[in-house]
Design a protein around this ligand. Structure first.
Ligand SMILES: [Zn+2]
Length: 325
């Protein structure tokens, strides 16, 4: 089917850099495809040997926060946060009727296994953005389950039902608002379900950090972050990667006088020792403790010698410093 296969197995420093690389895939001749092969040595190349064991999936029972309508038949929705690849997350949101929505598809097999373990019917797959580590499993998931794939038309995913930049999309009677939260890539969508108090935000926002700026000026990403920050504080945020330890290490070193960054670093270290992770996070928690969302706080600007500068400029500086961690 393909002219030649190029295997990439052990060359990068962290997963963000792999994302950079996959972003360049369109530059590679069409006769080539790239396989991301997590062979046994892979983990060792990325992770110090002293690291704690990799966490397993976490399943939360979601009780709808909204008061506009009663909880559906008093049955719970369930959200499974599934660590995948090196530091990606895949998400399975299951309705009381057992129908499952998957958001992003880093790889197919773990998502299929998770769905079948719980006897769930995978009926929908939504994609936040076009980076390969969020899309690699789409074709197999669609082929194996017949699920409806929804993604923005610009991503050119074969067979996908197009999503608009802004608007709504429904799953099992729950209405999700589509937010254009671009800036990490040319087109990033977040899916916010007010009735479930839940938002899938892809690589726009992470626990303690945000995605790299691959598309547009910092002002664009800052505006996207503000859109997420404007959601209700008790909204669960489901992010595309787990960089929490690196993010809070960076925050603690960069802003040593701000206690909450140290508190969160301690929190993530405790979670890792217990095989847990800080996901999902929440809008309120990130508003209080994510330096990327705090660029309009005077004490951060002061710490960087940027008193009185626009928040987007302070944000750009923090993001640029984080790149060098
Ligand atoms: Zn990405």
């Amino acid at each position: 089917m393909f002219g030649e296969i190029l295997c990439i197995t052990e060359i990068f420093l962290d997963y963000d850099v792999i994302s950079d690389f996959f972003w360049l895939v369109p530059c590679i001749p069409r006769d080539y495809t790239i396989l991301f092969v997590p062979e046994p040595n892979f983990q060792r190349n990325f992770t110090p040997m002293s690291s704690p064991p990799r966490p397993t999936a976490k399943i939360l029972e979601i009780r709808p926060f909204a008061v506009a309508k009663p909880p559906p038949a008093l049955d719970a929705w369930h959200l499974e946060c599934l660590p995948m690849l090196e530091d990606n997350f895949g998400y399975l949101l299951t309705s009381p009727a057992g129908k499952t929505l998957v958001v992003d598809a880093p790889e197919a097999a773990p998502l299929l296994a998770a769905a079948s373990r719980a006897g769930r019917a995978l009926t929908e797959l939504w994609i936040t953005h076009g980076h390969r580590d969020h899309t690699a499993g789409i074709a197999e998931l669609a082929r194996r389950t017949g699920c409806t794939v929804r993604a923005h038309a610009d991503l050119k995913i074969p067979g996908a039902v197009p999503l608009p930049d802004e608007g709504t999309v429904a799953f099992e009677g729950e209405l999700f608002t589509i937010l254009n939260t671009s800036g990490h890539s040319e087109l990033d969508l977040s899916f916010h379900a007010p009735g479930l108090g839940l938002c899938f935000c892809g690589d726009t926002l992470f626990t303690g950090g945000c995605g790299r700026l691959f598309a547009g000026p910092p002002e664009r990403m800052w505006a996207s972050l503000l859109r997420l920050r404007a959601l209700p504080d008790d909204t669960y945020l489901c992010c595309g990667h787990d960089y929490a330890h690196d993010n809070f290490t960076f925050a603690t070193r960069t802003f040593p006088a701000i206690d909450i960054f140290r508190d969160r670093l301690h929190e993530v270290e405790t979670a890792r020792r217990q095989g847990d992770f800080l996901m999902p996070t929440s809008v309120g928690m990130e508003t209080r403790s994510n330096p990327m969302l705090m660029a309009d706080h005077a004490h951060l600007a002061t710490a960087l010698g940027l008193d009185g500068k626009p928040a987007a400029e302070v944000f750009a500086k923090i993001r640029e410093m984080r790149n060098r961690l």
